[in-house]
Design a protein around this ligand. Structure first.
Ligand SMILES: Nc1ncnc2c1ncn2[C@@H]1O[C@H](COP(=O)(O)OP(=O)(O)OP(=O)(O)O)[C@@H](O)[C@H]1O
Ligand SMILES: [Mg+2]
Length: 241
């Protein structure tokens, strides 16, 4: 479904990703792990065309995303929930959700999206007229995920959805992500907590200093200490032994 190959990317002339390859298959939850500053957000942002690509290809459902202008992205079936949710704080919850459906979206699509959003997060229905910026962190995260679903994506990119959430909110958001996935939406997830990410995902990639140093089935990575070694920089499978 998504295939990134040999991606080099960065900011201006400052390269932060080196030869990154990654796949997300239909219906998968794939976790991106790695220490702070290892390039997780930059990778996700390169996929959604917010960060400059220097080399490599990004293909989603047969469409070469790297050749598309960024504004065409919402129509490809890919949606990105940015780090720290990035809602429009001075707009209402409802307005934020409506915007997520994309410019000129038909009313029927908006209505469908809202029903789905309220089904996942019932409290958003009650908060429709509230300014998004005045909601709690957890409610804002729910709103951001719901907004990301309004375009009816087949792949959702989610950058650290649990950051700053109470354990209860965390559970709610985690359950919602599983439900979204069970309804056929693949998810690429960034989450700092190794145990949580591996438990939630089918496959995982570990980044370090802008390179993929380890990848595999999450259930296999969860046993043994390869992930820990990769974090510590003692394991680099991208280089021959
Ligand atoms: N807008 C930017 N301009 C220049 N460099 C940037 C920019 N954003 C990120 N970087 C650099 O890119 C590298 C990777 O950062 P990135 O945010 O992708 O890491 P991350 O793995 O998401 O980290 P964290 O876990 O802290 O969110 C870092 O060295 C960072 O300083
Ligand atoms: Mg990040």
């Amino acid at each position: 479904m998504l295939e990134v190959k040999g991606l080099d990317a960065g900011y201006g002339s400052h390269q932060v990703l080196w030869n990154v390859s990654l796949r997300v298959a239909d219906g998968d939850i794939v976790a991106l792990l790695g220490p702070n500053g290892s390039g997780k957000s930059s990778l996700m942002n390169s996929i959604s065309r917010l960060v400059d690509r220097f080399a490599g290809t990004i293909v989603f459902d047969g469409v070469a995303l790297h050749e598309l202008p960024a504004y065409r992205l919402p129509r490809t079936g890919l949606s990105h929930v940015l780090e720290r949710h990035r809602l429009f704080p001075q707009m209402t919850v409802l307005e934020n959700l409506q915007l997520g459906a994309g410019p000129g979206a038909p009313r029927a699509k908006i209505a469908r999206g809202l029903e789905k959003a309220y089904g996942l997060f019932p409290r958003l229905r009650e908060r429709g007229r509230q300014m998004a910026g005045s909601m709690s962190g957890g409610e804002q995260q729910m709103c951001a995920i719901a907004r990301g679903l309004m375009s009816e994506p087949r792949l959702l990119l989610v950058d650290e959805p649990f950051i700053g959430l109470s354990p209860h909110m965390r559970e709610e958001v985690e359950a919602a992500l599983h439900r979204i996935n069970s309804e056929g939406v693949a998810i690429l997830l960034i989450e700092q907590n190794v145990a949580v990410s591996l438990a939630m995902s089918h496959r995982a990639y570990i980044l370090r200093d802008g390179r993929v140093v380890l990848e595999g089935m999450s259930s296999e990575l969860a046993v043994g200490d390869a992930v820990q070694q990769a974090f510590l920089g003692r394991l680099d499978l991208s280089k021959p032994a």
